[in-house]
Design a binder for this molecule. Structure first.
Ligand code: GLN
Length: 493
């Protein structure tokens, strides 16, 4: 039998249909692989019993001619999605042991279509970070290494467990969430593809909240088409989330016609940031050339307020986080540290429950929302957010999609960028704009740098422009022909 963990979702679905293997066999192959790669720390909780039970049910459904869209496909679920009866921690001590009574809408949708859950993947605490080093359950290790160098690298963050797991072939796809880049940046660091859809495309119900006006769920997978298959199942209107959009969910895979003749691709000059490695600049140019030779037209566009995006994000995201995280008080959820009185209990619970980065965000957020600074910071940031949105809308009068690099560097070493939080925040320079404007953004691997690490390209689209993103990404994917594997994964195969 072929190595089942190396199949794409598309191939696995065909194999299941042709009875080349069963969902139980496919799942078991992944469970075995998970054991081999446990040192990556990609999963906080593994759920092999649930997975095998779901897989057996999937086989029955298929035998009865009732298979769903992704029936029998084993996935990793970011531990920010509430899963009924299965510990959900947001990688925080404050939620250790918390077993939700309900299932998030996104995971319910995936299960409705037949997905199998292998476990809950690791992340930065409350999805705050770009390196997956702030998790209370230990950092995740990127399966990729630099050539002739054994240094452990970060998988990116916050969805680093999901991206590392997909890259290491210990799940076929995974869920992520993206508040400022947490799907796209880890996808780039791990050499896989991921999409943050338009704000409102996936329900946020049952997803632990970080910054509610920015958070959006989306998939990770090794191919663009696999992302299209997963997003179709995840997306959709949900009356339980008033910000979810009541629009039909298209067949995203069907939009991948490969025909982009005459499509206008915008290249924003403000994304040429200082200090960006020449190799990333080169990769970006390569992407432009690929699209040009496929018949697209390249247009230069300007997004003049880009330089304010990071400061605006790091006001709005902490402000919303400080408000969302007020609910963790030792009374209603997870951890409780008893104290002399009620206030003492709140303080002790929060002091012991939250890690350093989460505390930093709560402090910044509370500060910018305080009576004296609300207008100067929070309101000002909201106004600039609007200008950033307007920039995009003017750009989309001239083009259909924007092409940019995904991140300003390849994966860095664990411990690097830790001395200065602002340095870490710079990782999100190309991705936060999409969240601030609510736009869809797709990241895909485009090649390797001279150290042998993957580099990604990002496509940003108009609101509800996911189909165009998938189509253009398919063209880049074909041209890039990214087939490289992390050495450890190659060896295990
Ligand atoms: N790295 C960004 C942050 O730390 C984005 C995180 C995310 O998208 N969840 O806030």
């Amino acid at each position: 039998m072929t190595n089942l963990t190396h199949l794409t979702i598309e191939q696995a679905l065909k194999g299941l249909e042709k009875k080349d293997f069963t969902a139980v066999e496919l799942t078991q192959a992944h469970i075995d692989a998970m054991e081999k790669f446990r040192s990556l720390n990609a999963y906080i909780v593994e759920t092999p019993e649930i997975a095998l039970k779901q897989a057996a049910e999937s086989d029955k459904r298929r035998a009865g001619g009732k298979a769903g869209l992704i029936d029998g496909i084993p996935l990793g679920i970011k531990d920010l999605f509430c899963t009924q009866g299965v510990q959900t921690t947001a990688a925080s001590k404050i939620l250790e042991g918390f077993k939700p009574e309900y299932e998030s809408t996104v995971t319910s949708n995936l299960f409705r279509d037949g997905a199998v859950m292998l476990g809950k993947t690791n992340l930065d605490e409350f999805a705050m970070g770009s390196s997956n080093t702030t998790s209370a359950f230990g950092n995740v290790i990127n399966p990729w290494k630099r050539k002739n160098d054994n240094t452990d690298l970060v998988p990116g963050g916050s969805s680093g467990g999901s991206s590392a797991a997909v890259a290491a072939r210990i799940c076929m796809g995974a869920t992520g969430t993206d508040t400022g880049g947490s799907i796209r940046q880890p996808a780039a660091f791990c050499g896989i593809a991921g999409i943050k859809p338009t704000y409102g495309r996936c329900s946020r119900w049952g997803v632990v909240a970080f910054a509610s006006s920015l958070d959006q769920a989306g998939p990770f997978a090794r191919t663009v088409k696999d992302n299209a298959l997963l997003l179709r199942s995840m997306a959709g209107y949900d009356p339980k989330d008033s910000t979810s959009a009541d629009r039909p969910v298209p067949d995203y895979a069907a939009a991948m016609t490969g025909n982009i003749k005459g499509l206008k691709i915008g290249v924003p000059k403000e994304y040429r940031v200082e200090g960006m490695p020449a190799e990333i600049e080169k990769m970006w140019q390569q992407g432009i050339d690929w699209l040009k030779s496929a018949g697209a037209e390249i247009v230069d566009v300007s997004l003049p307020h880009t330089k304010y995006a990071l400061p605006v994000y790091y006001i709005i995201a902490p402000a919303e986080a400080s408000s969302n995280l007020a609910r963790y008080d030792g009374v209603r959820y997870g951890k409780r540290v008893t104290g002399e009185n009620l206030k003492d209990m709140y303080q002790k619970t929060r002091a012991q429950g939250f890690g350093e980065e989460v505390r930093r965000r709560i402090l910044v957020g509370t500060y910018v929302l305080s009576a004296g600074y609300y207008d100067a910071y929070y309101i000002k940031a909201q106004r600039v957010r609007r200008l950033i949105y307007n920039d995009f809308m003017s750009a989309f009068e001239k083009c259909d999609v924007l092409l940019t690099p995904t991140a300003p560097s390849a994966a860095f070493a664990i411990g690097e960028n830790e001395d200065d939080p602002v340095k870490m925040y710079l990782n999100d320079v190309f991705t936060v704009t999409g969240n601030l404007a609510g736009l869809p953004g797709l990241a895909l691997p485009a090649g390797l740098d001279s150290q042998g690490l993957p580099l990604g390209l990002q496509l940003l689209g108009r609101p509800w422009g996911e189909e165009t993103l998938f189509n253009v990404a398919g063209v880049i994917e074909k041209a890039a022909n990214f087939t490289a594997l992390p050495a450890s994964v190659q060896k295990a195969a």
